[in-house]
Design a protein around this ligand. Structure first.
Ligand SMILES: [Zn+2]
Length: 200
């Protein structure tokens, strides 16, 4: 909905309400004008919530430290999961990029060795956006935020872990996303994430 459409809907909602002035009682508050107004209000709220429910933030916290973004690449072993490497200092905080639920942990302690049998370094956290469309895969973590649990809800900007020290290559967060709407949308999403504002 455009702003103009929203304004028109609001206007027509008020027109319905004005018609009830002489009787909220038309049907004890449940008259046809009242119902029309309520229906329009619901429509408007649903549209506004859709607008604001998923603000994106950049996955690395602390704007004082420089981050370089690598190119778009597919996460090996995860079909349709498109990723960007956020190259930065080890130890920087990794945050959830949108409101989400933590769905899965994997990986291993990177202080034990440098990579598992699939070449994946460090701890991994999966989280799914509140609308269920996007599943994020954040890996190469040195540590997870200690109280994070599978099933926990996180808000955009909440700390979920820390970039690991990869010793033999540039330290970075590998963040990938799968979209229920397909690969083109997943690519678009991770590019939007890389362009999102950083939280402090
Ligand atoms: Zn990567």
């Amino acid at each position: 909905m455009t702003d103009k459409q929203r304004a028109a809907l609001l206007e027509s909602m008020w027109a319905d309400l004005r018609k009830t002035e002489h009787g909220y009682r038309e049907g004890g508050g449940g008259g046809v004008h009242w119902q029309n107004a309520q229906r329009k209000e619901k429509q408007l709220m649903a549209d506004l919530l859709k607008q604001t429910a998923h603000p994106l933030v950049y996955p690395i916290a602390n704007p004082d430290f420089h981050v370089i973004e690598g190119g778009l690449h597919e996460t090996s072993g995860l079909n349709g999961n498109w990723a960007i490497d956020f190259i930065c200092k080890a130890g920087l905080g990794i945050v959830a990029v949108e409101d989400a639920t933590v769905t899965r942990f994997s990986g291993h302690d990177p202080s034990d060795d440098t990579a598992d049998k699939n070449g994946v370094y460090g701890w991994t956290t999966y989280y799914r956006s509140t609308d269920g469309v996007y599943t994020y895969f954040a890996t190469h973590q040195g540590r997870r935020y200690p109280t994070l649990r599978v099933g926990m809800r996180v808000k955009a900007g909440d700390l979920i872990g820390y970039v690991g020290d990869q010793r033999y290559r540039a330290d970075h967060l590998h963040l990938g996303v799968t979209s229920k709407r397909g690969e083109a949308d997943a690519k678009k999403r991770i590019l939007a994430v890389a362009a999102a504002p950083r939280v402090s």
